[in-house]
Design a protein around this ligand. Structure first.
Ligand code: E4P
Length: 220
């Protein structure tokens, strides 16, 4: 399973990249706004900066703002030309599906976002999306089961032989990461805190403290 970080914060991206386990970054307009990035020029430069931090062969999802077909095509082309790492993030709406089909023909990689049902997942795969982003945390927020959705999509994609990668999004905790891996996700995207949370185990801390104190006792 690949690890993406879900942020537009350059320090968090650098920290995750330095761990040596980062495969990509996902952003969205809310995450860009949180970092105070506004205006087309600044937004495009920020995407370039993220791509440069990651280096070659990594994926960076950059989301279109348009909701009509022509607008999405023109924005998506501009984003894709920015850097080879860019994956055009397109919302799961009628014109979004049309745009994904167009980008697929043009060999521009896409991430279909705001996915909340298996039916939407089937449509996105048929349109040729590179990635599908079901929002696990937001499904949990309304007391449905986000991980069950990942399992359902995995079953359909495996049975049908769809090549679209399942990118479990809106992943918020270390437990979500483990559950997404068990459910068959190809990728998880989550904040740095969830990735770092995977490190924690009290027995590791107790064991390491004992090893170090025993070493000290016998080596002075
Ligand atoms: C997906 O790519 C979104 O950026 C993201 O995962 C949404 O997460 P949230 O529900 O925690 O805002």
């Amino acid at each position: 399973m690949q690890f993406f970080i879900d942020t537009a914060n350059l320090d968090d991206i650098r920290e995750a990249a330095e761990l040596g386990i980062l495969d990509g970054v996902t952003t969205n307009p809310s995450l860009m706004a949180k970092e105070g990035i506004s205006g087309e020029k600044a937004i495009l430069q920020h995407y370039r900066d993220i791509c440069e931090i990651l280096g070659p062969g990594k994926d960076v999802s950059a989301e279109v703002i348009s909701t009509d077909y022509a607008g999405m095509i023109s924005e998506g082309k501009k984003l894709a030309e920015l850097h080879p790492n860019i994956v055009v993030k397109v919302p799961m709406i009628r014109d979004g599906i049309k745009a994904i089909a167009h980008f697929s023909e043009a060999e521009i990689r896409t991430n279909c976002t705001l996915v909340f049902s298996a039916g939407q997942a089937i449509l996105a795969a048929k349109a040729g999306a590179t990635y599908l982003s079901p929002f696990v945390g937001r499904v949990d927020d309304i007391t449905w089961d986000g991980i069950a959705l990942i399992k359902e999509i995995f079953e359909i994609y495996t049975g049908q032989g769809y090549e679209t990668a399942i990118l479990a999004a809106s992943i918020r905790t270390p437990l979500h990461i483990v559950q997404a891996a068990k459910a068959g996700a190809d990728v998880v995207t989550c904040p740095l805190s969830a990735i770092l949370g995977l490190l924690n185990h009290p027995l590791t801390d107790i064991g390491l403290a004992k090893f170090l104190s025993d070493h000290k006792k016998s080596n002075g």
